[in-house]
Design a protein around this ligand. Sequence first.
Ligand SMILES: [Zn+2]
Length: 322
Amino acid sequence: MKRRDFLSTVPLAGLAGLGSAALPRTARAAAHAAPAGQVPAVQRFAVGDITVTALADGALHIGPEALIGIEAPEYEERMRAAFRDPATFPSAVNAFLIESGDEVIMVDAGTADAMGPDLGKMPQNLEAAGVAPGDVTKLLATHLHPDHVAGALSDGGAFFPNAELVVSETDRAFWTDAGNFSGAPEMVQSFAALAQNVVGAYSDRLTTFEGEEEVARGVSAVPLPGHTPGHAGYMITSGDDALLIWADIVHVAPIQMARPDVAIGFDVDPEQAVSTRQAILDRVSADRLMIAGSHIGFPGLANVAREGEGYRLVPAQWDYAL
Ligand SMILES: [Zn+2]
């Protein structure tokens, strides 16, 4: 059979007539009136009977000067090899929604208006996911940096009016002790002020943890110190499924996956951040454990494979079962 004849026998061939040329005039006009910009950046994944939804807040622009422990030529070469712009890297800022039993949990809250117009989109994506701020029962903070908790505030009050704030006691103690910041650079002082405002706004419903505690149904804290003293991930477990939200283990994936020894200027203790990163990369690659990163390109879920002296990310598949 010739291809032409074959096509004429396929019942679906009639669908060819559904191309845009066949649309009624009004439908075509409506398509052109679609708003500019992206559609909502919301993506759901099942972890056993728990649903995890990645919510984009936007992107933070990081330049090579922010990294510690890599020279410019190698930085540029690695970015070019990854088809990324060596001048500025849009590092994703992701928050995650966890629906576990009756609990509606946010892991981090984005930046609100604290870090510019390319960020602060978590609320519109949360709304697109069908969740109102008042529905959220718990806000699990990975740490108290502004790209994670500035979005927990709205007009100085709590953005999530009914949520309990859960954070590591180490991070709470560190950021709320003014003595840690006397003489610190202005940016760090502003980070501390924001952290104090967040803790203040939720002071009547604040829970802290130390070590690997269960903080919600199927969700346990995993201390990952270095980026901040109390920086923590959250392990989600249901049946045979698991996902580790590893927070700020990696900020510039095209560099730090291959070179986990490269730190970033935002690390409170860069040396400890490097050893924590090396340990967790070793663990998740050996255990074939899926991770979700606050700063891994949206939706931020991936597996980690060993490659040469370092590692590489293997992005998660779209969850067709949902
Ligand atoms: Zn961060």
